[in-house]
Design a binder for this molecule. Structure first.
Ligand code: GLN
Length: 197
């Protein structure tokens, strides 16, 4: 069976996720408007970009409520950078929250101008030397008790998992490594196939 992956394609780095998922044999649907949400999907990708713009468009296009409900009901989600900001339960210094389904606190643009983009190779879930590019990245400043920390940079969490949600503050889709996309498909999507929504 071919897995169907919906990628939120309102703004940001969605094309790179598409290529990565297609190279792994999945079928990709770009979600651009409310009617695209009628299709059955096995998983959702929330790409990087600008979370304020994405949050505004999601609401204006009336996609927000349905996606939030599906995520809360267990639809597997892979979120990168701005996508992680959309999932976070709390945003530092802001009363705005988007989906709020991931029990973490996130600080936007946490690395300042000098360090706004950088690249490291770090462990991810026991796999060594996984490439992690950070681009105007947020920082995960606190994690709820049931959140599993999969990667860190200088002691700060950079990738986390909570139930159906895998979220990171960097951009695995622009690297030559598909390890994280494969991890998502194998550990979260395939193991939850009963939850076809
Ligand atoms: N700085 C962006 C935001 O606050 C996130 C950057 C990214 O997704 N690369 O939404």
């Amino acid at each position: 069976m071919k897995l169907k992956i919906g990628i939120l394609a309102l703004q940001g780095a969605f094309a790179e996720h598409r290529k990565m998922m297609e190279s792994l044999g999945a079928e990709v649907l770009e979600l651009r408007q409310k009617r695209d949400l009628a299709a059955k999907i096995h998983a959702l990708i929330l790409p990087g970009g600008e979370s304020t713009v994405q949050g505004k468009l999601l609401r204006e296009l009336e996609m927000f409520g349905l996606l939030k409900k599906r995520i809360a009901n267990g639809l597997p989600v892979l979120a990168t950078c701005a996508g992680t900001i959309l999932l976070a339960e709390k945003l530092c210094g802001s009363s705005t929250v988007h989906f709020g389904t991931l029990p973490v606190t996130v600080r936007r643009n946490a690395y300042g101008r000098q360090l706004s983009s950088f690249y490291i190779n770090e462990n991810f879930a026991g796999h060594p030397d996984v490439p992690m590019p950070f681009i105007r990245a947020p920082e995960i400043t606190a994690t709820g008790a049931q959140v599993e920390i999969l990667a860190r940079c200088n002691g700060v969490s950079t990738a986390v998992r909570y139930r159906n949600q895998l979220a990171m503050t960097f951009h695995p889709e622009i690297t030559g490594s598909d390890l994280i996309h494969r991890y998502f498909l194998e550990k979260i999507v395939i193991s939850r196939l009963d939850n076809l929504t």
